[in-house]
Write a protein that binds this ligand. Structure first.
Ligand SMILES: [Ca+2]
Ligand SMILES: [Ca+2]
Length: 693
């Protein structure tokens, strides 16, 4: 366990996962103790609907064990899996890095990471921010893509039926475009953009991040076979997903997948995969070599890949002091042998794989030889305190795929299906609380997610509430007693992540496929800004018979989307009628600044040729103002407008901008009559109305 990593993010889950076998031993001991007591009271409850859960719209041709249930199945599902599916897919749009295309379904995400890769002279823009942070970790990203593409391979009809296929493929492609950019030549692969420690040290929206974002490369002498293999798997599975709709793209993906696989296999090393250490450390790559080869076999029909997939099975993790393939964990970014063995079982029909699949699924359901996963009292199969829902959703997907195959033991079909549905229902609200943002009446409002929170002050507590709704995000989940707190700093329970949603989307697609789905109208995440994004706050700083001095703060609290600006200015409008009446003019006024954080003061200028309405400009061009910290989002200027010494005619009280300026000695307050401009174009506030001719 590393202790040097700031525990500010769930990406450190790698630490909780660093020794799979150790954890499995602990779980096994727990399960042994708990299973006898729990199996009767809890599992009977959990699986009470085993006989009725398989109501089977669209199940023709599926194996025995599902028939006869429809008559006794529930008349209607408590949750709209179709709606949940559509929302869960949308989550990936909020995770996008790079230059965003037009036609976004939300109005609060903007371009970010536009210089990614520049440190190595390559274009690594695009991809997904990993979780509530902004690092692009390719291992979990590729795993997420592989799971999503797998679900298309299995249940494309469900995506079509719900009208979600285009959205899902579009989101997959956003990631695979990036993954292919990361592979500019055969034996060069960039496996990460962003230093997690630098990234995690700042709490703000992606659009305005200022930290260095180094990119990290693998070469034949400094390789990373797990991430290479996972990326190969993702691209091979994606090639299948695009095969009919975009064969050229499918071919491009497959070509990269083959090349990446060669790279992974010829090097067989994770020695160069170091920048994710403590966050997404790899505990082994032979599972990825089999998983990727299985997908390559499915995509190409080339028996060579099938041979490779099987060849590495002997190197998979095993149970302690045993040759039994490890079965007491679940499909996840670090361990994909669970998915690989399921594919191999279907491809080869060999019992060694089928038995291993059911050993794992039995561990998650009925127990295997007395070893059973822990269950919360309300029925969540609970593997880890760090993001338990992610394991439950992914395993529920595998259980569903297996139950849909003809290889599933007949007496397990209903068990695995009931398990899968119960886990999905737990996530969607069966305990009275939904764990998916935006779904149901009670859902997470304070997910550990920088861009959704959208602080302008580099603070989890400013503002008190998130400025954006992270629709479709599945958070980590509860503790072993179903206790969960919806707080922004609760990164173990309340952070969303790309890999969490991947298994969830896949599971929801299967449920939609099995239980029936309906078209979901196009979702939109268009929000109304909850605060003024740009404004000036002002107070009188000093005042005399011939002058006024204003203390003004130009604020950038943009969030729809957040935007870093270096061309902001504001104008302070005055009325010089009293000067004209005394025989003076605007030319008699002098301007000066006192304290000033970067503004150039100029003027006075006549407003639209008006004889009486003038303004002075405080121009912060060249000064970066952005919603990323106290001193970053707000820049101050104290400026004075003076009539000649010993005159008394100057009167600020009739000035347009003076109305609403806070009195001397008080805190500056927002003043909409001191308008803000970007590159000279009005952004916010009101100019004085034009005087009538
Ligand atoms: Ca692995
Ligand atoms: Ca005046």
């Amino acid at each position: 366990m590393r202790t040097g990593v700031t525990a500010q993010c769930r990406c450190a889950l790698g630490r909780a996962r660093s020794d799979l076998r150790c954890v499995e031993r602990a779980l096994a001991a727990l399960a042994l103790a708990a299973s006898l007591a729990a199996a009767c009271s809890r599992s009977s409850g959990s699986f009470a609907d085993a006989g009725t859960a398989s109501t089977a719209a669209g199940e023709t041709g599926k194996p025995a064990g599902t028939g006869g249930a429809s008559a006794s199945g529930p008349a209607s599902e408590p949750y709209s899996y179709s709606e949940a599916l559509a929302q869960a897919i949308m989550f990936y749009e909020f995770q996008r890095s790079g230059p965003l295309p037009s036609g976004q379904r939300n109005n609060w995400r903007g371009d970010s990471g536009l210089a990614d890769g520049a440190d190595n002279g390559v274009d690594l823009t695009g991809g997904w921010h990993d979780a509530g942070d902004h690092v692009k970790f390719n291992l979990p990203m590729a795993y997420s893509v592989a799971m999503l593409a797998w679900s298309v391979y299995e249940y494309q009809a469900a995506y079509e039926q719900t009208g979600q296929l285009a959205a899902l493929l579009d989101n997959i492609k956003w990631a695979t475009d990036y993954l292919m950019k990361c592979h500019p030549s055969a034996d060069v692969y960039y496996y990460q953009v962003g230093d997690p420690n630098l990234d995690h040290a700042w709490w703000g929206p992606a659009e305005v991040m200022q930290m260095q974002r180094p990119s990290y490369v693998l070469t034949p002498t400094s390789s990373g076979s797990a991430v290479l293999g996972e990326t190969a798997a993702a691209l091979a599975a994606t090639s299948l997903a695009f095969k009919s709709s975009n064969p050229d793209y499918a071919g491009e993906c497959l070509s990269h997948a083959k090349s990446l696989y060669d790279f992974a296999e010829s090097t067989k090393s994770d020695a160069g995969y170091t920048a994710a250490s403590g966050y997404y450390s790899s505990s082994g790559f032979y599972d990825e070599l089999s998983w990727a080869a299985a997908w390559l076999y499915l995509a190409t029909g080339d028996q060579t890949y099938l041979g490779k997939a099987e060849q590495y099975v002997s190197q998979w993790p095993t149970q302690q002091q045993s040759t039994t393939i490890a079965y007491q964990w679940g499909q996840c970014w670090d361990d994909v042998h669970y998915g690989a063995q399921l594919l191999l079982a279907r491809i080869t029909g060999k019992s060694v794989y089928s038995e291993s699949v059911e050993r794992n699924l039995d561990f998650w359901t009925l127990g295997y030889q007395g070893n059973r996963i822990a269950y919360t009292p309300a029925g969540l199969a609970w593997l880890s305190s760090w993001g338990p829902l992610r394991y439950a959703m992914a395993t529920a997907f595998l259980a569903s795929v297996w139950a849909d195959s003809k290889l599933c033991s007949q007496d397990r079909v209903s068990v695995y299906r009931a398990f899968a549905k119960a886990q999905a229902d737990y996530a969607l609200g069966s305990t009275g609380k939904s764990f998916m943002v935006g779904f149901g009446s009670s859902y997470p409002h304070h997910p550990h997610h920088r861009t959704a929170h959208s602080s302008w002050a580099n603070s989890m507590t400013v503002p008190a509430n998130h400025r954006h709704t992270l629709t479709g995000a599945l958070v980590g989940g509860p503790d072993q007693n179903d206790v969960y707190t919806d707080t922004i700093d609760n990164y173990t329970q309340n952070e969303p992540a790309c890999d969490y949603n991947a298994g969830f989307v896949a599971l929801l697609a299967q449920l939609t496929n099995r239980l029936g789905g309906s078209a979901v109208p196009n979702l939109a995440a268009t929000e109304t800004p909850s605060n003024d994004e740009y404004y000036v706050a002002a107070a009188v700083n000093a005042q005399g018979p011939n002058f006024i001095e204003i203390r003004a703060l130009l604020n950038n609290q943009s969030g729809w989307p957040a935007h870093a600006d270096d061309q902001l200015s504001f104008r302070y409008f005055i009325d010089i009628s009293e000067l004209l009446a005394s025989g003076a003019s605007a030319a008699d006024l002098t301007l000066s600044t006192n304290y000033n954080e970067g503004a150039t003061l100029s003027g006075p200028f006549a407003q639209n040729g008006s004889p009486t309405i003038y303004y002075v400009t405080l121009d912060f061009t060249g000064t970066l103002i952005y919603p990323g910290g106290q001193s970053a989002f707000s820049k101050e200027a104290q400026f004075r407008i003076s009539a000649p010494p010993n005159t008394t005619y100057f009167d600020p009280s009739n000035d347009w901008s003076f109305a609403g300026v806070a009195p001397q000695g008080s805190t500056p307050t927002e003043n909409t009559r001191i308008p803000v401009y970007r590159d000279g174009v009005l952004l916010f506030g009101q100019e004085p109305p034009s005087a009538p001719d």
